[in-house]
Design a protein around this ligand. Sequence first.
Ligand code: GLC
Length: 429
Amino acid sequence: MAFKQDKFAEVIKEFTVGTEALKEIAANFRQDLKLGLKNPDDSSLRMLKSYVGLPTGKEKGEYLALDFGGTNVRVLRIRLEGAGKYEVVKRVGKPLKVDGIYDYVGLGSKCEDMFDFLAGLIDEAVDGDHQTKFLLGHTFSFPSEQTNLDNAKLIIWTKEFATEGVEGKVVNDLLRDALKRKGVDNVEPVAVINDTVAVLLSAAYKQDDTRIGSIYATGHNTCYLEPYADKAEPPMILNLESGGFSKLAPNRYDKMLDEASEKPGEQRLEKMVSGRYMGELFSMGLAILYDDARWRYGFTSIDMSGIIADSSPDKSEVVRIVSGRVGKEPDAAECADIQKLAKVILTRSVRLVTATFVGILWQLAGEGKLGRQHIAVDGSVYEKMPGAKEGIMATLQELLGEDAAEVDTILDNGGSGLGAAIAAAMAEG
Ligand code: GLC
């Protein structure tokens, strides 16, 4: 299995997006936003209503928060103290899948089992107290159609979740039933929000001038506060489901990955940018370089982080990670190329994500000037991938020119939990 040096330039080119192409993507994203505001059927963005605006920052009280949507589920008890302050009183969490032991998300997993697992975790978070009344905010991070703040029906699983019997159902009804089965019906779900909405609520609780919230992690998605300036409706946060944006130019790896995924044709942007998929793209690129028909080396975005971060002279981390997955030690020249491949895939991801931010910023500015503002972001890719945050800032500058000085991104770590508690408070208030 020799490393095909001559293929390297080609692979790198396939993952490169230039400035003009990127500007076009930002413009197309804005166009899809406009179309979606009139009629979501005409747009690749679902533009889902959340039935919630921004908090005042004065919300108070103790609430339960269920954060469901990634590899781990968390339940928190959070005391909101107003003035943007809060305290996490209790935190429990468990993975949704432990290899060889249980799996609530893979093919063949069942709705009731999954929700019983969630109810069990909630029971732990209330220390088995079946008397005191608790209001619960639920961050449910999948495309859901809402009719009010508490009623959200799962449209379709994303991020390779495959649990049977949940699509098309009202998720808080499923949760209520499971709580009843566990005897924890003193816990009352009162709000359900997307994780992007949670991040925006959480950031806006603490700080003004934040109208865009985004997740850049296992999945990728963004929401913003739609002002409905020309309508009588009050401002409302719209969950764009921007991972579904499809006016893009997928390369052959993107196409291969999509075809092999749980839901071919769906989540085209997400499959090009998010943590769940970047490692697979990297595996595919590497398989071409090794001229190896297999591409399921199983690289993760955490592996990519390790590879990118390795600045040691002998590239010992690159060697360790790659030989662990591929079964072959790369030499020094190969290590340099492998590192470049990881960087180029991450860079494309960062640039595409930033282009969608710019599309939203343009839409919010309309004909006027871009207002001073923060984009709240949470997620492991943003937080932990070396260079991701800096890459976003550089791309904002590239696309917005001097207007980029008006905008920055802020990490809203743990926003998914805090946002759920705030939503519960807003539902009550
Ligand atoms: C996926 C989900 C979306 C969520 C995002 C981040 O894109 O469809 O609802 O916000 O992942 O978790």
